[in-house]
Write a protein that binds this ligand. Sequence first.
Ligand code: AMP
Length: 360
Amino acid sequence: MRLVPGATIGILGAGQLGRMLAMAAARLGLKSHVFAPDADAPAFDVAAAKTVAAYEDEAALARFAEAVDVVTYEFENVPIACAEFLSERRPLRPNARALALTQDRLPEKTFLQDIGLETAPFLAIEDAGALIRAVASLGRPSILKTRRFGYDGKGQALVREGSDLAALFRGLGTEPTILEGFVRFEREISIIAARNLDGDFAAYDLCENEHERHILARTRVPAAVQPATEAAARDIARQVIEALDYVGVLAVELFLVRDYDGAERLIVNEVAPRVHNSGHWTIEGALTSQFEQHVRAIAGWPLGATTRLGAIEMRNLIGEEAANWPDILAQPELRLHLYGKVEARPGRKMGHVTRIRPGS
Ligand code: AMP
């Protein structure tokens, strides 16, 4: 089903990604109806319609489905029951399988290996005894991660020499976990790609990402990688997208490792079934932003060109950093984005700044 201008996109989740999706949709003459439980969230400011309700509220979900033409989501922790309920009533793009696979690290990594991609070695941990055996097998350092609801380094613990395994296991609570072998990566890279209803595929240039305290701090594009690495990343994104019969924008987070002979190799860290923080540079830095691309894809429209317009640096404004907005505005070459969040809690993404050096 293809949308026409004037149609309504239903967006699950009301964070900054939903906000930027709604703004891109509006530019193309589409309306957005945002559904989320927290009334005080960034996307509500820019949506034509809103529902403030729990993702388990079937009466509210049914009314939402009636009011929209297609449903999408801006975060991967949408409850599967909610996604399935909506997909019985309206097209859900991307599909519920993409959600189910990417919201749990165990099926996600298993899927990636099944389609022939390299991930960090991993083992499922059911109890403290399994952790001891897994550490014996994967070595130290290694990383214990909750299977679900991990983001920005939350739900992770580094297993070092001398770490008390029983205490680490208890520290992550009763959540199911996996242990991952430690990847000695040189850099972190991501690729943002899209597929539309007709199966057309498009990818952006590779992004090079720097994290501070587990939160994305900076993205630089183009990533300084060998041409073969750029091609390998595109192949990875295409394989994931096709294996999931995916419609929309997707991000693949990758570790770049350097082999003893100097060759670069990519290891898949995780897949985000949505627009991604490392793709914010595309708003001013590419002919089509990742947000417009997602809207085009889920609307059943042709994809836009992903051509990059210069050398780009995107910096996140975390917590109090957003208080510098007057200084940023005073630098004419910087593009400021603020997400309209009232409270600048530490670690909270409040906005971002993009700098483009045209032409390179
Ligand atoms: P994640 O939540 O899985 O994206 O992990 C957050 C960050 O932790 C990553 O961006 C990496 O910097 C680091 N990290 C995660 N997994 C590994 C690993 N297996 N080896 C080394 N570093 C990792």
